[in-house]
Ligand binder design. Structure first.
Ligand code: KMH
Ligand code: ZN
Length: 271
């Protein structure tokens, strides 16, 4: 098995300070959270950014500011920017931060109900984003919320629209997508061709059981306040690093080494 890549989704677009008082919002807070997460074992930071008032934004200048603040503290981290943004944001705005040529970016593979909202990912936008990422040398992470999206991704890969390396992220537990039931993870993993990489991001109470199974199965793990604000039932997590640290300790007990950022780049095909 490859060393375990731990991705930390430190902020997200939907989590609020009201629900998670330790949510990093300002650039300096995000940089500190990223550094702590990397020190605890994360090699990839999945990044959404906010304006000063806490509203999610895809403004390229804000991404540039946060990325440089993170790089000043923890230059080795792989930064994966979000092109999902917040629900309702136009695809043009969502694509803007790709102009910074980050090492990685998320690519969402379909339209779905997302809680009380609809998360639009038109087929033509998926194709256009994939092409833009390829042109800019940005490695996509393929965000999969239900089984049809995985089959769509594999079809696009066969057509040469999504190019290798194929790195899948199963985001399970969003109301409107597949739940975090372990049978869903097994179903998705069973559909993967050999030689691809995958990870799982469980939402809320699904985060820990899915992560533990991914460690056993050779997958990778995403944790962080974007997906889950609790350490355990009824206990708000104190920091993103606290969630990362638990996964690193479990992996260590299970004899699965935790990837360094250099190892993560190699596994993910970032050159
Ligand atoms: N905020 C969600 C609607 C991504 O980062 O690419 C979408 C999302 C996915 O967070
Ligand atoms: Zn995200």
């Amino acid at each position: 098995m490859d060393p375990l890549i731990i991705t930390c989704a430190i902020t997200g677009a939907e989590t609020t300070r009201e629900k998670q008082p330790h949510l990093p919002i300002a650039p300096a807070e995000q940089a500190q959270a990223a550094e702590e997460a990397v020190r605890a074992g994360a090699s990839v930071i999945h990044l959404h950014v906010r304006e000063d008032d806490g509203k999610p934004t895809q403004r390229i200048e804000r991404f540039a500011e946060v990325i440089s603040a993170i790089k000043a503290r923890v230059p080795e981290a792989v930064i994966q920017i979000s092109t999902g943004g917040a629900v309702g944001e136009s695809i043009e705005k969502r694509a803007k931060p790709l102009g910074l040529k980050p090492e990685m970016a998320s690519l969402n593979l379909g339209t779905m109900n997302f809680g009380e909202d609809v998360f639009y990912n038109h087929p033509r936008d998926i194709v256009a984003l994939a092409a833009q990422m390829h042109q800019l040398g940005v490695v996509p992470e393929l965000e999969i919320y239900e089984a049809g999206m995985l089959e769509s991704a594999l079809r696009l890969a066969k057509q040469g629209i999504i190019r290798e390396p194929l790195n899948f992220q199963f985001v399970l537990g969003v109301p409107g997508g597949m739940s975090g039931d372990l049978r869903n993870l097994m179903h998705l993993v069973g559909f993967l061709p050999s030689g691809v990489h995958w990870g799982v991001a469980g939402v809320g109470r699904f985060q820990l059981p899915l992560a533990v199974h991914a460690i056993c199965l050779g997958g990778h793990v995403r944790v962080g306040f974007e997906d889950n604000i609790f350490y355990r039932k009824g206990e708000i997590a104190k920091s993103n690093a606290q969630l990362v640290g638990r996964i690193a300790r479990i992996a260590c007990e299970m004899d699965r080494p935790v990837a360094t950022p250099i190892q993560a780049r190699k596994i993910l095909g970032i050159v």
